[in-house]
Each structure stands twice: as structure tokens, then as C-alpha cells.
Design a protein around this ligand. Structure first.
Ligand SMILES: Nc1nc2c(ncn2[C@@H]2O[C@H](COP(=O)(O)OP(=O)(O)OP(=O)(O)O)[C@@H](O)[C@H]2O)c(=O)[nH]1
Ligand SMILES: [Mg+2]
Length: 224
């Protein structure tokens, strides 16, 4: 093996850094460019063609899924947000400049929806997540004020069993306290989950925290 000089090493590090910076910029611009609402799906028969990579946002009702999508594209009204849990009632598909879809899902664990609606949303979510061949990653959003709940653990287990890769994203970090301890215990729990990435993204849609990092990660998972 030829020896690498310090100068060559420095040059390589500088080049890597420049490439990283450029990719960050490309991903940021992509999210600030065209974004179109494609359609809302209440029945799997209506799914759009599986011709683009997809990422899906799941989580308990009111955790901030729609708000995070709006923060990513820096448009307040792209996805519908509400103080009332149960706002998102279909799988809502957004097309990012023809590159990929982001899918905003109805929340789980919301007791006030009728039993019938609850059942049909739950099976819609499950069937979509388990059967979509273009789905590159699922983001399970966790409220930074409350941490992991059993309904999140059920979602993780279901994705493990279906071998669908997922990442955990803390929301409302502007309000959460003790986030380091929370992340540490969640990371420990993640060790026993086969399909979950061993990292946690911390976000606040209100303060724009972690939004650039999410953009870059979504760019990476949809461009492999
Ligand atoms: N403080 C704070 N509030 C937030 C943040 N993100 C969302 N919220 C608030 O949380 C509430 C629910 O937000 P949504 O984005 O509608 O939540 P959702 O997960 O899409 O809810 P469903 O569609 O009902 O499942 C709204 O009142 C938002 O303003 C955040 O980062 N910080
Ligand atoms: Mg919503």
C-alpha cells in the first residue's frame, strides 16, 4: 500500500467536506422548489402509480406530521394542520419536483374517531406500509414532550416484522425537556428492533430545528 501524506489526507478531507456542503445545498433547494399535492387516498385501490421513491410520515395523532411536512417545504398550508387530533384522514401524497413522494398519514391512537373509521384508517395505514414496493423509509414521529408510547412500539414491531426500514423523529423539541435522557433510553430500545435505524432526529417545526438535517436525510434515502 502506498503511504498517504498528510497533505493528501487534508486534500481528501476538504474535498469530502465540499461534496457534503454541496449535497446539503442541493437537498435544501429541492425542498424549496416545486411541491405538488397529488391526491388523498382513502382506499388502496386509489394509490398513485408506484413510479417514484416514497417516504411516509406516521405517528400518534397530533404529534406534528403535517406540520413537519410543511416545515420541510417551507409552506404553511401544504399539508393540513390542526389543533384537533384526527385532522389528516387519508394518505396524502406530495410530489417533490418529480423526484419523490412524501406521504402524510392519518395519526394512530386517537380515541375520538368512530370505531369504524379507526379500523379502516388502521388497516389502510398497515396495508400501505407493508405492501408499497417504492417505500424507502418510514418516519415514526414521537412527541418530544412525551417519548415513546405503546402505540409507537406496535408500529415499530409491525415494521420490523415486515422488514420495512424506519427512522425515529422527535417533534416539538422546542417544548420537550430532558431530551438527552429520552434519546438515550429510546436508542437502547431501538437496539432490539431489526428494521429501525439506530439514530434519532430532533426537530421543531415551530423553530425550524433539525429541518435541514431531515431534508438531507430524505434526499439521501430517495436517491440511492
Ligand atoms: N410547539 C410546537 N407545536 C407544534 C410543532 N409541530 C406541530 N405543532 C402543533 O401540534 C398540533 C398538531 O399538528 P399537526 O401537524 O396537525 O399534527 P398531525 O400529526 O398531522 O395530526 P393528525 O393529522 O391529526 O394526526 C398543531 O397545533 C401544531 O401547531 C412543533 O414543532 N412545536
Ligand atoms: Mg396531520
Amino acid at each position: 500500500m502506498p503511504e498517504i501524506s498528510q497533505d493528501q489526507l487534508d486534500a481528501k478531507l476538504n474535498k469530502d467536506e465540499a461534496i457534503e456542503k454541496e449535497l446539503n445545498e442541493i437537498s435544501r433547494k429541492l425542498f424549496l422548489g416545486d411541491c405538488e399535492f397529488v391526491l388523498g387516498v382513502a382506499d388502496l385501490k386509489q394509490l398513485p402509480m408506484a413510479d417514484l421513491p416514497e417516504v411516509a410520515f406516521v405517528g400518534r395523532s397530533n404529534v406534528g406530521k403535517s406540520s413537519l411536512i410543511n416545515a420541510l417545504v417551507q409552506r404553511k398550508l401544504m399539508a393540513r394542520v390542526s389543533n384537533t387530533p384526527g385532522r389528516t384522514q387519508q394518505l396524502n401524497f406530495f410530489n417533490l419536483g418529480g423526484h419523490f413522494h412524501m406521504v402524510d398519514m392519518p395519526g394512530y391512537g386517537y380515541a375520538k374517531v368512530s370505531k369504524e373509521d379507526r379500523k379502516s384508517w388502521d388497516s389502510l395505514i398497515k396495508d400501505y406500509l407493508r405492501g408499497r414496493e417504492t417505500l424507502r423509509s418510514v418516519f415514526i414521529l414521537i412527541d418530544g414532550r412525551h417519548g415513546l408510547k405503546d402505540s409507537d412500539r406496535e408500529m415499530m414491531k409491525m415494521l420490523d416484522e415486515s422488514a420495512v426500514s424506519y427512522r425515529l423523529v422527535l417533534t416539538k423539541c422546542d417544548k420537550g425537556k430532558g431530551l438527552n435522557d429520552m434519546c438515550e433510553s429510546i436508542l437502547k430500545e431501538l437496539e432490539s428492533h431489526a428494521a429501525g435505524f439506530n439514530e434519532i432526529y430532533r426537530t421543531s417545526s415551530l423553530k425550524n430545528t433539525g429541518i435541514d438535517e431531515m431534508r438531507r436525510m430524505i434526499y439521501d434515502v430517495t436517491h440511492v
